[in-house]
Design a protein around this ligand. Structure first.
Ligand SMILES: [Fe+2]
Length: 258
């Protein structure tokens, strides 16, 4: 009885402990601690071929992400999660937000994120058939895409929640700004026609996302069947996938340069 009541009293502390551990997993992961590729890219020294290579690999990740997001919607644990997943999925496909939601928003072909990327890629001499297909992905890019489907789109709600949490915190940690800095330098130097909408939109969206997940973390924690260990494993494993993606780009850059 004594043990039981002390366990009960400890519930609030448990959430704080869990939250601290989740924050730790993200904050200390290698890809968050240092990302040599985006650090280098931000300096603005990438040449045309390097910008093209980034564009193609990013297009594969960003296009195949739609598959993972659809799985996330299908595997959602409840209707709120299902709707939250659809907000991201449908915006990705071209439904504009109307007051922060796609509900009542308008679909436009040109508002699909992939179409923004097509527009961005045009002055680089890349067209529809050069972008966004599995066949264009390197082994490390495809590893990341497959991990997204497996972990972010997992049937196990604890694993999927962990992956969402990690991906959103990683994405808010500043890599968009590093890419934008490098792209602006490249644009000013040799490619004035470059339209950066795809990149600036995502950068602006991220702060909103991260704020979201603090509430979601508590909701997830309080859901029946929630498993802390599986959440943390999902978070850590998806970041390994993210890390593989950037390390792949970094290896390619060094190989080409050398
Ligand atoms: Fe997107």
């Amino acid at each position: 009885m004594e043990h039981r009541s002390s366990e009960h009293k400890g519930e609030a502390m448990d959430f704080e402990t869990f939250r601290a551990r989740a924050e730790d997993v993200v904050a200390h992961h290698a890809v968050v601690v240092s990302n040599p590729y985006t650090t280098w890219f931000a300096k603005g020294e990438a040449n045309r071929d390097e910008v093209r290579h980034l564009t193609v690999q990013f297009s594969v990740f960003s296009h195949l992400f739609v598959e993972a997001q659809l799985r996330k919607v299908i595997n959602a644990a409840d209707r709120d999660g299902y709707r939250a997943g659809k907000e991201i999925l449908l915006n990705e496909l071209g439904v504009t937000f109307a007051g922060g939601t796609v509900d009542g928003g308008t679909f436009r072909f040109g508002a699909a994120h992939f179409e923004w990327l097509l527009k961005f890629a045009e002055p680089l001499g890349l067209s529809f058939t050069d972008l966004g297909k599995r066949r264009h992905g390197t082994a490390s890019t495809l590893f990341f895409c497959d991990e997204l489907v497996r972990i972010y789109g997992s049937e196990d709600a604890s694993v999927a929640e962990g992956a969402s949490y990690a991906v959103e915190h990683w994405a808010a940690a500043g890599f968009w700004k590093e890419l934008i800095a490098g792209l602006e330098a490249f644009k000013a130097r040799e490619c004035p026609g470059l339209a950066l909408g795809f990149w600036t939109f995502h950068d602006a969206l991220e702060d909103q996302h991260a704020a979201h997940t603090e509430d979601e973390l508590r909701e997830a924690f309080e859901t029946d069947g929630f498993d802390e260990a599986r959440f943390l494993r999902g978070a850590s494993e998806i970041l390994d996938g993210v890390h593989a993606f950037w390390r792949g780009l970094d290896d390619d850059r060094r190989t080409v340069a050398g």
